[in-house]
Design a protein around this ligand. Structure first.
Ligand code: ADP
Ligand code: MG
Length: 695
């Protein structure tokens, strides 16, 4: 095998390749357009397209695609061949600048929330030249944004790019005021940690719920769950290790900085974390990572499950969104440096984030809302549905002392003091990690932990960038207007902290006490997707997004419509799958077992006369009770699906949430109870032990 340095990025049309293959002036001009966010001129596009095509053809590519992220949250691609007819019945391989820069597609089946009437179904895709093209499965993939003819965003990339522009503009105003004139560009960086499950393909193929819904809708607890904590960071089994090795290699080829891999808390659960990069590239890479994970798993006879809650009773999967702000001069604006209490610029950015989070709890919450993630948030394993921030004791003390005007007394040069002197000094922020906090400061970045594992990271980052940009804009307005800069900085930090410190909570986010306290503090607790997504179109939020030209009223309405539609469809499919499994498999299986036990009773009596059949009879009685409950609940579920189905919009989503979803949970109980007392060879589906402990 070639070395990592050789294979890294070998399938990417990256800077090195561009430099080598483009005429010098084209290369320079392209770099300039990328840096300054300008439009590409068509002559230049033609030269780049040809170079790209030649490179891709050498890599075995025959097709190209505009690779984009519609509002479904997964990536979409339509492949077009490079072939063009030539004289004497032959073909040549061609790719024009026009095809590179802009594509048209009759993508009428992508959700648009009514943005495009079907008679105007065409949308178009535009090359995002800040994200490199790459070759995948014989196709040259060009990362693109997807818009309607009116220019409205029909995808997740467009608003993300717009939000990066917004925060760039406002953050630049701030750093300039601090005398950093040489900074030309500021960009947000993201490192998303990705959790996933791996299960055996054979087992998976026998579970319609996993096939249709990505999660199990039934399944009794196995004798062992995750209580021993022996899987977390445990030795990686050979089959999983082989998968991880191939995954690393394939990701590296695509220029994805796969860095960390380990076993996670639940049995069969794992994690991959890349090195962070610019937000929009991180978003593209995360989409690719999920796709590659699924593909590689199948090659190893495995299935990669990305659902937020595939198995009840053990942890679900999330995605930690590590977020910071970097300058083109290599400075992380969220890095406190050696003396946090002296670093006014850092504290200003920090308080901007505090204010942004406090004012926009609704937006952060809704940006991670999905039917799948509803199973995690608030279920005492992921952060709760309440947004709060963890700063750690040191930073909180610094801010407290600024607020009270008292001098900050450091424990010992910002270092955690241990009882024993012999222990080495450890910077506190890196060790005092609060795992229950939804939004934690982790030394030089914020870790937003509420994202679900299947989610595109684009929405939460669009929200994060926009809300922080908004506060930075307000700070910049004040600072640009003042005669006493130093004093005004201090006043802003002090005031902001005083007004928004209710969002800071360094304690246990899982505790019931916190839920009560949060309520007293006036923090939001939006429990379900339906409760959360309606806030897309609150006046405050429309004004915020329009102020920074990230999303307009129509685009926001469309996001709400699609969120509700997706929610209803997901629960609808889950309910139908459950009804199907119960009617066609579970009820017949239990009846068959009851029948065989009854035959056993009859035969025993025939053979031995009056004999004790208590065990069989007790099991029969119990199973019969469950059977009746199952039957009653499944009929109820059918009725509630029909009722929900006849409704529309928010009303329909509420019905799916409160009635259909709730009934599915009810129905699961007698099924799981029956599973525990039914002989294994009668049970029609692989059980949790088979699914979680056989690799
Ligand atoms: P942990 O599991 O303790 O949170 P990991 O090492 O698994 O830590 O993940 C940390 C993640 O944070 C990595 O993806 C890393 O690249 C990312 N990260 C580190 N610094 C930054 C930064 N400045 N901006 C964005 N992400 C960052
Ligand atoms: Mg983490």
């Amino acid at each position: 095998m070639s070395s990592v340095t050789e294979i890294f990025g070998c399938d990417v049309f990256n800077d090195e390749v561009m430099k080598a293959r483009l005429p010098e002036e084209t290369y320079k001009a392209l770099k300039k357009t990328i840096k300054e966010n300008k439009r590409l001129d068509i002559n230049m596009a033609n030269i780049i397209a040809t170079a790209m095509k030649d490179w891709a053809v050498e890599k075995g590519a025959t097709h190209f695609t505009h690779w984009f992220q519609p509002l479904t949250g997964v990536t979409a691609e339509k492949h077009d061949g490079f072939i063009t007819p030539a004289a004497d019945g032959k073909v040549i391989m061609e790719f024009s600048g026009k095809e590179l820069v802009k594509g048209e597609s009759d993508a009428s089946s992508f959700p648009s929330g009514g943005l495009r009437a079907t008679f105007e179904a065409r949308g178009y895709t535009v090359w995002d030249s800040t994200s490199y093209a790459f070759v995948k499965d014989g196709t040259l993939c060009i990362p693109t944004a997807f818009c309607s003819y009116g220019g409205e965003a029909l995808d997740k990339k467009t608003p993300l790019l717009r939000s990066m522009d917004a925060i760039r503009t406002e953050a630049k105003r701030i750093v300039k005021l601090f005398g950093n004139e040489n900074i030309k560009n500021i960009f947000t960086t993201v490192g998303p940690e990705q959790e996933y499950f791996l299960i055996d393909k054979e087992m998976y193929n026998r579970r319609p719920d996993l096939i249709f819904c990505g999660r199990t809708l039934m399944g009794a607890r196995p004798p062992k769950g995750q209580e021993m904590d022996d899987h977390y960071y445990g030795v990686i089994r050979p089959r999983v290790s082989a998968f991880m090795k191939e995954l690393d290699t394939e990701l590296w080829k695509l220029g994805i900085l796969a860095k960390t891999k380990h076993n996670e808390a639940a049995p069969a659960q794992h994690e991959m974390a890349p090195i962070f990069t610019t937000s929009n590239i991180a978003a593209d890479h995360n989409q690719l990572t999920m796709e590659v994970m699924k593909k590689i798993a199948e090659k190893h006879g495995l299935i990669c499950i990305l659902h937020e809650k595939p198995f009840a009773g053990v942890n679900g999967s999330g995605k930690h969104n590590n977020w910071a702000l970097s300058t083109d001069t290599g400075v992380n604006l969220l890095d406190p440096g050696q003396t946090p209490e002296d670093n006014a610029q850092f504290l200003l950015f920090l308080t901007a984030v505090i204010k942004a989070v406090d004012l926009n709890q609704d937006l952060l919450r809704l940006s991670v809302a999905s039917a799948g993630n509803d199973h995690r948030l608030g279920a005492n394993e992921a952060p709760p549905a309440i947004i709060s921030m963890f700063l750690g004791d040191d930073l909180t003390e610094v801010l407290d002392s600024i607020e009270s005007g008292k001098p900050f007394i450091k424990h010992e040069a910002g270092v955690m003091k241990f009882g024993a002197r012999a222990l080495p000094a450890i910077p506190k922020d890196n060790t005092d990690r609060n795992r229950t906090s939804p939004f934690a400061f982790t030394g030089n970045k914020f870790e937003f932990r509420m994202l679900g594992s299947t989610l595109s990271i684009s929405d939460p980052n669009t929200v994060l960038n926009t809300i922080v940009a908004d506060v930075l804009a307000e700070f910049a307005d004040r600072l640009e207007a003042t005669d006493d800069f130093v004093n005004e900085v201090n006043t802003i930090i002090k005031e902001t902290y005083r007004e928004h410190k209710r969002i800071i909570f360094n304690g246990d986010g899982y505790s019931a006490a916190w839920e009560l306290e949060a309520k007293e503090r006036g923090l939001l607790n939006l429990r379900s997707t339906v409760d959360a997504v309606v806030h897309w179109i609150d006046t405050k939020n429309i004004e915020l997004f329009e102020r920074h030209k990230v999303l307009n009223r129509v685009e926001l309405q469309c996001r709400l419509d699609i969120a509700l539609e997706n929610y209803c469809k997901t629960i609808h499919i889950e309910a139908l799958t459950l009804i199907d499994m119960v009617s066609k498999n579970i009820i017949p299986a239990i009846s068959r077992y009851i029948n065989d036990l009854s035959v056993c009773v009859v035969n025993k009596k025939a053979a031995f006369g009056e004999i004790d059949c208590e065990v069989e009879q007790k099991i029969i009685a119990k199973l019969n009770t469950y059977l009746k409950e199952i039957y009653t609940l499944v009929r109820k579920l059918e009725k509630s699906v029909a009722a929900a189905d006849s409704m529309h919009g928010l009303e329909e989503a509420k019905a799916y949430n409160r009635s259909v979803n709730a009934l599915m949970g009810e129905l699961r109980k007698p099924i799981d109870a029956a599973e525990l007392i039914t002989a294994k060879d009668y049970w029609p589906f692989p059980d949790y032990s088979d699914l979680l402990f056989t690799i």
